[in-house]
Design a protein. Structure first.
Length: 312
């Protein structure tokens, strides 16, 4: 079993603490505990790829990735150059997680028209993949135009950069299977994974003669004696996702009404059993999320369990 952690707690880094130093501290801790990867969500406050680059440069073994960077309104040329720089900085340990983002959140923030999402995802990946490989291949579509006029290769970034898409809907999964290396579903429970996400993605990859896709599931999980506190905090912090249509559909697949129902919380045996359900449903890796809902001691307890499970 492979486990990573999503460093969602960086958003709450005190002003007196350097955010990059804190990210390096947490990633070093995750590495010592035997975890395989650390992931950084993209917020409006910091740049996820830049933080991943700094962390991967400072921490020797663990892989780093973004979970996720919205492709709107970033141009593929800009995203590719940032990703290749991160790959060079980390010695080939960078993973690029991208997503469509939520229109109702991003369009008002940036003041730019949100493109038709499925068309944009296909065209974006079609333009992005050659750029990540250092090619000068151009692309012209209805939502994306990319014509590099200078070389795009980055010395030190020759190793292929895995591209993972936060895809959960049928059309997005089909495109991801055809053009990406895997998916990063968030708040998708074992039933939704087994009955909908894994079959659709696996079939799309097979139909496109691509390797079996990676399925890195982001799961809110906490080893704790304060289950009620964790669920109460999660109910508040995850309520936003209940307003997003794509998540509503996945909650329906799982048979839950609230996002907090997907939190795996309890003692070590309870959490281990809950996480194994995801692997049984087809996950290839798990990225733990919101492990700090009950405080730092329980976060460490959760990471320690994940490290032990990784070693089994």
């Amino acid at each position: 079993m492979k486990f990573g952690v999503t460093l969602s707690s960086l958003a709450a880094t005190p002003k007196s603490t350097n955010l990059v130093d804190r990210a390096i501290e947490l990633a070093s801790q995750a590495e010592r505990l035997g975890l395989d990867s650390v992931w950084f969500p993209q917020l409006l406050s910091y740049d996820a790829i830049a933080v991943a680059s700094a962390v991967g440069r400072a921490v020797a073994r663990i892989s780093v990735g973004t979970a996720v960077v919205p492709i709107y309104p970033r141009h593929p040329l800009l995203l590719a150059s940032a990703a290749k720089t991160a790959q060079a900085a980390t010695g080939g340990r960078f993973q690029l997680g991208i997503g469509l983002g939520a229109k109702d959140v991003l369009e008002p923030a940036y003041g730019l028209p949100y493109p038709p999402p499925i068309t944009h995802l296909r065209e974006y990946l079609s333009a992005l993949r050659p750029l990540l490989e250092g090619a000068t291949t151009g692309f012209s579509g209805t939502t994306v135009t990319s014509h590099p006029f200078l070389p795009t290769a980055v010395p030190g970034a020759e190793q292929a950069i895995p591209v993972l898409v936060a895809a959960m809907g049928p059309q997005a999964l089909r495109i991801t299977g055809e053009l990406a290396d895997g998916t990063l579903p968030f708040l998708a429970g074992p039933r939704a994974l087994e009955q909908h996400i894994v079959p659709a993605l696996t079939k799309a990859a097979a139909d496109a003669n691509r390797p079996a896709p990676r399925i890195i599931v982001t799961v809110p999980a906490v080893v704790t004696d304060n289950v009620e506190q964790v669920i109460a905090s999660a109910t508040d912090q995850l309520a936003f996702y209940e307003t997003i249509p794509s998540h509503q559909r996945v909650f329906n697949w799982e048979g839950v009404d609230r996002a907090a129902e997907l939190v795996v919380a309890g003692d070590e045996d309870t959490v281990a059993a809950g996480l194994r359900r995801y692997f049984d449903a087809g996950a290839t890796e798990i990225a733990l999320y919101h492990t700090d809902l009950a405080g730092d001691a329980d976060r460490l307890r959760t990471w320690r369990l994940a490290g032990e499970l990784t070693g089994r």
